[in-house]
Unconditional design. Sequence first.
Length: 317
Amino acid sequence: KIINEIEIKKYDTKETNNVPVHESDSEPSEEEELPDELSIENINVSFEVTEVRTHLPQYSDECMHLINVKDAKMQETKPDRGKGYKAGSSCITNIVTNNREAKIHLSSGAFCTCVEKYYLDNIYTNLQDKLMPIEGIKCSSSSQNMHPLGIFEAEMIFLHRTGSIRLKAELSVMNNCTSQHLILGNYYLNIYGIDINNHKDRYFTIGENKRKKYAFPTEKREITVIRKVKNVNKEKFVSDQLIEAQISPELTPEMKEQIIEILFQYRESFASDNEPLGAIKGHEVDIMLNVERLYPPLLRRPAYTASPRAREAFKSH
């Protein structure tokens, strides 16, 4: 509703003078008193609306006037003159995807969530067979056109000591992207509620829990290095269940890792200390319990322990 644009009727002095005496002496009606009351309320409401609008996000408009210009206050010490270009830090952090540690850039200025193909090949095997088709998209970075190959859905785990968070995102796999890390665009930053805080200590939060803070790494690392994250349950499975397994030495380390990964994925199908018979459907073992006596009639009577006949009977059974 437009509150400020309320038309107020103005009284014409000429018309009031031409009014008959008996009409002018009468008490004013409610319709005549209404404009005066609305004018006062209009001023109060206009002041309140103007005060509220100052707290809302403001758009930069060329029609705005330069008023109340103040210098921004710095949160840290100002860098030396000519050195400010290298004093900043990026929004690259660590994640875990496919049991491997990788780098991801939380970019609020990127509309497309993408990754370079060769970087993703180091994390996922047979990537080309898992890509979904992509159509009608043109991407460019630093005046360089990028060629999309397909869409890949990946799970990303942000580690935290009080409990990690997993989210899913569709990555546009690029053929000639120069960045050696994953780029999470502003669309997923918005739907997952990822807020980046640049007030003194730099950190970011995910979702509605603003007390759970994720810090950006401060140490200098090579972003191209992909380290494998240790899976404690997997290592225990290999040491306990596969300790006597013999794997062909002709296989490459990648092939051995794939075999172990498949065995660990379907580990419930194999016998273990808790499940000695396994858990394969269709391979169940039927065990029939019998309460009948298994010994012959002669052994039902208590025999003398030193009796030769009892010893022979026990040996035969």
